[in-house]
Every structure is written in C-alpha cells, then in structure tokens.
Design a protein around this ligand. Structure first.
Ligand SMILES: [Zn+2]
Length: 489
C-alpha cells in the first residue's frame, strides 16, 4: 500500500467543480493531491480532521500584502494564494524575484501595472515598483494627465514586455487617474486581449459620482470587454459602486448575456482604504459619494478627520498615508445589503483588497510572529473570508456553504485561469491538483479583526496547507514554513 507524504483523513471534502461533498481521505505527495479516497489511506504524516470541512485553499485575487506578516494574517483566514492583480507590479520580474528570495508562506503572483508604468513615463521616474511606489506618488497630478499617443505607446510597450515575462494580466488603476482619455484604457484592454490575459480594473467615477467624468466607470469596463474581446475583471465592485451597485451589476449582467467576459469581486466591509491623496478623495468632490472629511480616518491615528482643513493637510503632507473611507455603515442592515448583493452576484469572487501592515513605531519586522502590537491594517486584510463565512453563510444565509467556498476558490482560480493554465490546478480538490487546502469548522469559523483591533487573525481555520506543507497547523502559524510558490503565466 502506498504511503503518502501527508494524509488528511476523515475530512468533509468539498470540491466546488465536481460537487463532491463527502467524507474522504486526501493523499498528498510532492505537493500534489494524489488520492481522494473513500477508504483510509496511509501516510508518513496522517492528520485526522474529525469531520471538519476540507476544501481548496482560498485564492485572493486582490491582495496588496507584500511581506511575510501579511501572508501569515491571510493564512489564518484560510488563504493559500495571494495575487496582486489590481495595482500589480512593474516590472513583474523584479517582484517575483524579491518574493522568491525572501520566501513566502503563501503562493504569490502579479499582474503588470499600468499605473506604475505610467508614473514612470509621465513623472520621469526610474520605472519600477509595487503598491508602495504607487502610494508614494499617488497624489502627483502629472502622472494622471491625458497623454498623447506616442506616450501611450511607450506605456503599452512596457506592459507588453511584462506580459511576455509571465505577468498574470494587466492591473489598471484608472480610478486614480480619472481624466485619462478613454481611448488609452481601450488600448490597454486590446493589448491584454491580444495576449489572451485578463485585465483588473479599479474603475473610474460613475456618472452619479462625477457628471463630468470622461466616461462612466462601469460603462468603460463593459465597453472594453465588448469592443476588444478582453476578459475584464471588475475589482471591488462594492467599494467603487457603493449605493449604485445594482445599476453597475445590471450592466455587467447585460454584457455577459451578450457574450462578453466581465467578472467581478467584492469584500464584506463598509469601509474602503486607500492613500489619502487619491484623486477621488479631493474635498471638493467628496459630497458626490455622500461623504465628508469626517468619513475618512487615517490608519494608525485615533478617530476620523475633523474637517476639510484636516483632509487638505493630510493630502498635502502625507498623500500616501493609508486612510479608511467609511462608505457604508455595515451595522445598518440596509447598507450592508448593498455589500451582500455585490458578494451574492452570480459568479462574484470573494477578494480582500488586503493592505500592507503599517508599523506605527519602530522598524517594520515582517518576520516577527505574532506581529508587534502596534502593527495595524484594514480588518479586511485579516478577516475577509472568516467574515464571509460568518455573516453571509451562517448568520444571514445569503450564500450556502458550498457556494461560498466556490466563490473563494474555483471562481477566482478560473478568473485568472482564463489566461494562465497553471491556475487550473488550483481551486480544486482533485487528483493531480496542487495540494493547497484549507480545513475549517463551519460552525465556529469567524473573523476577529475590527476597526479598532485591525490585525487580529481569524479563528476556526484549523489547518492551512500550501503545496503539501502546513502553514497553519492546529490553528497556529508554522513560523518555519515558506512553501509559497510563484504563479506565473
Ligand atoms: Zn482599488
């Protein structure tokens, strides 16, 4: 009888693609699932799951966590693969190299970055960086201005180089440069279509939010899909649509019915987070989103901004500082329902928009575990999946357990997998697939991070396995485990 490296025995195995939901032993060798068995398997290591759910590890399409501490917080929330697709990185080769050199607990991958490439060209910077670079220059108006065609061609050439180098698609932060000519957006989408890779958009203003916008943000995404044939992924449709989510999703539904490829994602929180210098947080236009300066609070500071003057000062002095933007009151059921509708929309993925930890004092120490108590973040970084399983499945019955798991695993795997064959081995509990698995108790699993205790890990995720290695075992982080592998096109 074969002995596998690892056997996860007696789990309630849920595989969203085949519909399997039954007690199985899972045999793993060499980081790959080799058996999913009704009869007991033998393993060098054998862990009895006692009927807990065992399902594919969660695949986060939208994570800006760029270090080990961020990965570990996400591991405690059931995640096995973190992908930086919306902001992306440029050049992706450098981002993959850095992650491989430092080691990562979770699998990782990057789209190329229209925003960072554009900053490089329009600001005359040495092109290169990730979300930190983006935040550093977020408030500079010069990178946001419309560009002539030869300039656009230079940006496109940079992106094309990255696509040839294994980028997972193109991240388009057009919402941060909301006056860019719509023809540039279409050209970026057309480039992605030629390479058969998706784009990941932070949409620009909706007409309701800015009647002078060059194009409605939602119309722009769906038009690009129809006109170029690109697979357009609509990032955090909850936070850019707010109370207009039904109108936006209606558009998506319509173009999908006509054959366009548009996918969506959402996260279950009423507050967004971004650099306080973002174009759409300008005090003069906040009211269009139903916000005031008091809707904004700086990460790591007490309370909200007092007034417009405080907002102007923050934008001038620390434009890259992370800020909460309280868009919807999640304790108000009617407001939370907007968020739930975004999450329950057909085939929407659950994705966190996780942000890097901010160490308020002292030197950042991403290898320390647990992180220093002064390290803060948005609670969505640590709690998105636990909260989805608690609020949407257990408390509000908006999604069934199997369907919620599908939206955390198979759905995101297939979003990326439309252009990246390696992703078709993820998001599945099947023989031959990657042994990225999450084991949790559906009765108790929960988020614990809050707006005041932001970096508290979720509980109820008992084991998390990446490429056959435990990164969480018996609900504790395995601090010696760095099995994360690159996902590359
Ligand atoms: Zn965004």
């Amino acid at each position: 009888m074969t002995a596998y490296d690892l056997v996860l025995a007696n789990g309630r195995a849920i595989d969203p693609e085949t519909g399997l939901d039954a007690v199985r032993d899972i045999g793993i060798t060499g980081g790959v699932i080799r058996a999913v068995s009704q009869t007991p398997l033998t393993g060098t290591t054998r862990v009895d799951l006692g009927g807990l759910v065992v399902c594919p590890g969660f695949i986060d399409l939208h994570s800006h966590t760029m270090d080990v501490a961020g990965h570990r917080l996400q591991a405690l929330d059931g995640v096995t693969t973190v992908l930086e697709l919306e902001a992306g990185a440029y050049p992706v080769g450098a981002a993959y190299h850095k992650a491989a050199q430092q080691g990562r607990p979770l699998n990782y991958g990057f789209a190329t970055s229209w925003g960072i490439a554009r900053m490089g060209v329009l600001l005359g910077l040495e092109a290169g960086g990730d979300i930190e670079k983006f935040l550093a220059y977020i408030g500079h108006e010069d990178w946001q201005r419309p560009a002539a065609r030869p300039v656009v061609d230079r940006i496109l050439a940079m992106l094309e180089g990255d696509l040839a180098d294994g980028a997972l698609g193109i991240g388009i932060l057009v919402g941060y440069a909301p006056r860019v000519d719509p023809s540039e957006y279409l050209a970026v989408a057309a480039l992605a279509a030629r390479h058969n890779l998706p784009t990941y958009t932070h949409a620009r203003e909706l007409v309701e939010q800015d009647p002078t916008t060059p194009i409605d943000g939602a119309e722009e995404v769906v038009r690009a899909a129809a006109e170029t044939g690109a697979h357009m992924h609509y990032c955090h449709v909850n936070s850019t649509s707010i109370r207009h989510v039904d109108r936006v999703l209606g558009l998506v539904e319509k173009v999908r019915a006509e054959g366009s490829r548009v996918t969506t994602e959402a996260y279950p929180y009423g507050a967004g987070m971004t650099g306080v210098g973002a174009a759409f947080l300008a005090p003069e236009i906040l009211h269009r989103r139903g916000l005031t300066a008091h809707s904004i609070g700086l990460l790591g500071a007490e309370g909200r901004l007092a007034d417009e003057e405080a907002l102007r000062a923050a934008r001038r002095d620390t434009p890259g500082a992370a800020a909460f933007v309280h868009l919807l009151d999640e304790d108000d059921p009617a407001a939370f329902d907007y968020i739930q509708r975004a999450l329950a929309f057909p085939d929407a993925a659950v994705a966190t928009d996780a942000v890097p930890l901010l160490w308020r004092s002292g030197t950042p120490d991403p290898l320390a575990w647990p992180p220093a108590p002064d390290a803060v973040t948005h609670p969505r970084t640590a709690g998105t999946y636990g909260r989805t399983l608690r609020r949407l499945v257990r408390e509000n019955a908006v999604l069934g357990l199997q369907e919620a798991i599908r939206r955390c695993t198979l759905v995101p795997a297939d979003v990326v997998g439309s252009g990246v064959p390696a992703m078709r081995r993820k998001g599945r509990v099947q023989v031959g697939c990657d042994a990225d698995l999450t084991v949790f108790d559906p009765e108790t699993v929960t988020d614990r991070a809050t707006y005041t205790d932001t970096a508290r890990g979720s509980s109820g995720f008992v084991h998390v396995v990446v490429a056959g290695d435990f990164v969480v075992r018996d609900s504790e982080i395995v601090t010696t485990a760095f099995p994360g592998r690159p996902v590359r096109a």
